[in-house]
Design a binder for this molecule. Structure first.
Ligand code: ARG
Length: 571
């Protein structure tokens, strides 16, 4: 059992014995080393409910809590906190069994069906920096949930439908005799050229509108052009996915267009349930839950005047598909925070209409905006959005310069390999390590630094452990771990927290929790390595310390992999 659970259940039992069966022990990792390893902070709350003195209650809890073989020091601090120091034997044993487990002690496989909607770019244009966060936060969450044993279903809800495709297909046909494949090599300029044409020539604009209708009614020629366009656009995305090392494949694509036939059904079902109201020619669901300043209920529009469907309509069909067909018990939408209201209203309507059962967890995994150093959304100097592929290429080339300056004699292929791993990791980690809901400033220098909470620091820390094993000769993976020095205790303590951290990252849908953990792990490893000779130690101490190094390496590698970050043997 993970340590947090164990302490929680032992303190809960003690609280029950002293007459507070409903109190939460509120176990936390100690905020300072002088407070021990963990703290039980729930005694004050329990005392308040019982109207008794908190220190006296803490004494009673201490007298009956059963932590034999688990903790060897318990202390009451301040108004009634209990500081807990785990015993070295318990830590060593827990760590050994965790290391012997294929999933590092994360417990019995969990069985939720988790649908994760992420990346989900609009295919009319090329992926830009705005798609980075959804892609990598979503990728990390799929890895974490899978590792915990859940069934994960990835859904790339691409924007492949709507009026823009009328314009694009009309423009494709108009340029049929030119080399379209070439023109589509740069989707941005293709889109721009089509738009210029659309704005300048009313006849072309009419043709574009006609093509939207043809596309929707299934006209073979327009559908064929559309498919060709989507194919090329998806290839652009896949180049980015590959560079980023994402798990997404073509099989995960389920775009807006795939729900097209279901949209009239959604409208009918809403109508049959009496949820639809006609308002100014549009079909809307009024939501009393969302009122504006004047107290009017918000209108969630599902069909425009004239019959057109909307983003909201296809999202309703999508939600129903995910629960009804995919069997989701949890659906995560990894989408920009600016779509917050859309999702809150969507979830409300989907539940009212019975498209999503009450026990299915729906969550908008919102994220903030990536800013330039001017504090505004990240753009090129000329004010355009930066293509994601260009950003990643720049990351690799900056990392290449860095690696080359550190290792001028290393052969070029190796430097390129390291540069790819470090450059991409730097971009991903600098993003994942921030709380996802905050906006953050994209800054090349800090993300590529070898100091602080950065990918290069962690990757470098890993190579240091790897180099120990190159010098160590044969290592006994099952060697008994014996914790003697405080730095060994601190390292082991961090290692046994891995399962708890993953649970927390999953339930909070916050990869930064894992990042902070890995940073602590790297720091504690480095303190251990400074304080405790490993290769120069002898006998059982040497093999115990090597086992600690091995546990650190494995945990670090697993943790980084769950963030989608590669480790290197040297750099
Ligand atoms: N294509 C949308 C956009 O670029 C994101 C879609 C997110 N997923 C969803 N089910 N709405 O903004």
């Amino acid at each position: 059992m993970a340590v947090y659970q164990l302490l929680t259940s032992r303190f809960a039992a003690a609280l029950a014995q002293v007459g507070a069966p409903d109190a939460s022990p509120n176990i936390q990792v100690a905020s300072k080393p002088e407070f021990g390893d963990y703290q039980a902070n729930g005694i004050m709350g329990a005392a308040k409910a019982l109207k008794t003195n908190p220190r006296a209650l803490a004494e009673q809890v201490l007298a009956c809590v059963d932590l034999a073989g688990i903790a060897d020091k318990l202390e009451i601090a301040g108004p009634g906190f209990i500081n807990i120091t785990l015993s070295n034997e318990f830590l060593a044993q827990t760590l050994s069994s965790q290391q012997a487990d294929a999933r590092l002690g994360t417990g019995a496989a969990q069985t939720e069906t988790v649908v994760i909607d992420y990346s989900s770019p609009n295919l009319a244009k090329e992926m830009h920096v705005g798609h980075l966060r959804s892609s990598i936060i979503g990728d990390s969450l799929t890895r974490i949930y899978s590792y915990l044993g859940h069934k994960v279903i990835r859904q790339n809800h691409v924007g492949d439908w709507g009026t823009q495709f009328g314009m694009l297909t009309a423009y494709m046909l108009e340029n049929e005799n030119q080399d379209n494949e070439l023109a589509l090599g740069d989707l941005e300029s293709f889109y721009r050229a089509a738009k210029v044409r659309f704005d300048a020539d009313p006849a072309f604009a009419d043709l574009s509108r006609e093509y939207v209708v043809k596309l929707q009614s299934g006209d073979a020629q327009v559908r064929e052009l559309w498919q060709r366009f989507l194919n090329i656009s998806m290839q652009h995305c896949e180049d980015v996915y590959q560079k980023l090392g994402l798990l997404l494949t073509r099989a995960d694509v389920k775009g807006e267009s795939s729900y097209n036939d279901d949209l009239p059904v959604v409208i009918n079902d809403l109508r049959a349930q009496g949820l639809l109201v006609e308002s100014q020619g549009a079909q809307v669901v009024f939501l009393d839950e969302f009122r504006n300043k004047d107290g009017d209920a918000a209108a969630f529009i599902v069909q425009k005047q004239g019959g057109g469907f909307l983003y909201s309509t296809s999202d309703l069909a999508t939600a129903r598909y995910r629960t009804g067909v995919l069997g989701a018990s949890r659906i995560l939408y990894v989408v920009d925070a600016r779509q917050g209201l859309h999702f809150q209203q969507l979830f409300t309507v989907a539940r009212k209409a019975g498209f999503v059962p009450a026990d299915t967890h729906l969550e908008h995994v919102a994220f903030g905006t990536m800013m330039g150093d001017d504090g505004k959304p990240f753009k090129t100097r000329s004010g355009e959005l930066i293509k994601l592929v260009d950003l990643l290429t720049e990351a690799e080339s900056r990392a290449f310069d860095l690696v080359s300056s550190k290792n001028p004699t290393m052969d070029e292929a190796t430097r390129k390999h390291i540069a790819h791993a470090v450059g991409i990791a730097a971009v991903k980690y600098s993003d994942l390590s921030k709380h996802r809901t905050s906006d953050y400033v994209f800054d090349w220098n800090s993300m590529l630094s070898f100091e602080g909470n950065t990918a290069p620091y962690l990757q470098y820390a890993y190579t240091r452990i790897a180099s120990i094993f190159r010098q160590a000769g044969t290592v006994d993976a099952n060697a008994k771990i014996d914790l003697i020095e405080p730095a060994e205790h601190a390292l082991a303590l961090t290692l046994v927290q891995f399962p708890d951290i993953l649970q927390q990252a999953a339930s909070d849908t916050c990869p930064h929790v894992l990042c902070s953990y890995l940073y602590t792990l790297a720091t504690r490893f480095s303190r251990f390595y400074d304080a405790c000779p490993v290769l120069k130690a002898e006998g059982e101490i040497r093999s115990s310390r090597l086992a600690l190094c091995q546990a650190a390496a494995k945990t670090m590698q697993t943790g980084l992999d769950l963030l989608g970050i590669e480790v290197l043997q040297e750099m």
